[in-house]
Design a protein around this ligand. Structure first.
Ligand SMILES: Cc1ncc(COP(=O)(O)O)c(C=O)c1O
Length: 376
């Protein structure tokens, strides 16, 4: 309905910026005046503050979430000649990060409820000929819902592989009281401007409790330098810059409040979807707290529902339309990963972020209900 169009006038990155504008301007001025722009006091302070937020010993800032995956694998000496398993239903950045380490991405299926890596599928891949040479799995907490860590950990232990978390969408999610990002050997974060913790450009980090790994990560992110101009490893240039770190320090202070707001708005959607015969609300597994990076419903009538919502000027999206195992970049496999394929054909992300008004969410619920009444 066009009367609701002004509800969506500010996309999340801009609304999030406006919400912190004065503080951000001060932080940016401070960095500009400091004369230190790379790996300085702001990066150090952000790494400490984010480590405290998560409850881990070390955070190492890098230039993006994709880099966080790559440098973590490199630091674990996983690269050419090795394979890494990841869920097929995930953003392609995950596979790119794996591929850039030199390791070969191998795809497993997801669970139908949470769309996160399925422990049984991981086990099946590891027992198959494809599983030879697998050194690690990247566990994506998709949309902000923690994966089935206990069962994945059992499978990983049995097969002797590393488990890495991909928390690019899961800042503030918890699994049985533990923060996502503290569960595995290391966790990759993205602070891309649409994320729950958002920079004003590209930024990322790796969190770990392993001091030696953190040390290697610090070297690898800057040419492998042990001392200036002397490389211990063949590293990369993936540094978090001072401006982004200063921005992230401001935004980090608002992260808990933002999560509460995301959860409040998600509860509104949940309540409205209870009676729907067209779409189902996202599953939240017992013991988990969802971070609602995305609020994703499932429907067998996706095209019609998307059309209806777009006609009402509601900004909806599909995360993600093509499973990775079917993408040309990653082999365009003829294999079937049923749940990933079903997910890619049936999900819709409804608008959700902490700056969204209750009336915007109510407008989405009304539009969904109208579609329901017309269809059922
Ligand atoms: C689950 C996941 N992993 C990795 C990435 C890559 O992060 P970045 O865009 O910062 O490289 C993203 C971001 O799109 C993501 O959503």
């Amino acid at each position: 309905m066009s009367s609701s169009s002004n509800l969506w006038s500010l996309p999340y990155p801009l609304a999030d910026h406006r919400a912190h504008e004065a503080e951000l301007a001060g932080a940016l001025r401070r960095v500009c005046a400091s004369g230190s722009y790379i790996l300085g006091a702001e990066v150090q302070a952000f790494e400490t503050e984010f480590a405290d937020f998560l409850g881990v010993s070390h955070v190492v800032g890098v230039a993006s979430g994709t880099d966080a995956i790559e440098v973590t694998l490199r630091a674990l000496k996983i690269g050419a000649g090795s394979k890494v398993v990841l869920p097929s239903f995930a953003p392609s950045a995950v596979a790119s990060g794996v591929a850039r380490s030199g390791a070969e991405p191998v795809f497993a299926d997801v669970e139908p409820g949470t769309f996160t890596l399925c422990a049984r599928s991981l086990d099946a891949v590891l027992r198959s000929p494809q599983g030879h040479g697998v050194k690690a799995a990247v566990v994506v907490h998709l949309y902000g819902h923690p994966a089935d860590w206990e069962n994945l950990r059992q499978v990983a232990l049995e097969h002797g592989i590393e488990l890495l978390e991909d928390c690019a969408q899961a800042h503030g999610a918890t699994w049985h009281g533990r923060m996502a990002g503290t569960l595995g050997r290391a966790a990759a974060f993205s602070f891309y401007p649409t994320k729950n913790l958002a920079a004003l450009g590209d930024a990322g980090a790796v969190a770990t409790n392993d001091g030696e790994l953190a040390e290697r990560l610090r070297l690898i992110r800057q040419y492998g330098w042990k001392q200036r101009y002397v490389s211990e490893y063949s590293g990369v240039n993936s540094r978090l810059d001072e401006l982004q770190a200063a921005v992230l320090r401001v935004k980090l202070r608002a992260l808990k409040g933002g999560l509460q707001q995301r959860r409040r708005l998600a509860a509104e959607y949940d309540a409205s979807l209870e009676s729907s015969c067209v779409a189902t609300a996202p599953v939240v597994r017992r013991g988990c707290e969802h971070a609602y990076h995305q609020y994703v419903v499932r429907t067998e009538r996706r095209d019609a529902l998307m059309q209806h919502l777009r006609r009402e000027q509601i900004p909806v999206a599909v995360h993600y339309p093509v499973p990775l195992h079917q993408q040309r970049a990653f082999g365009g496999s003829l294999m079937s990963l049923q749940e990933s394929e079903r997910a890619a054909a049936s999900v819709i992300s409804l608008p959700l972020h902490p700056c969204l008004s209750a009336s915007a969410v109510a407008a989405v619920c009304d539009a969904m209900e109208r579609f329901d009444h017309a269809s059922c």
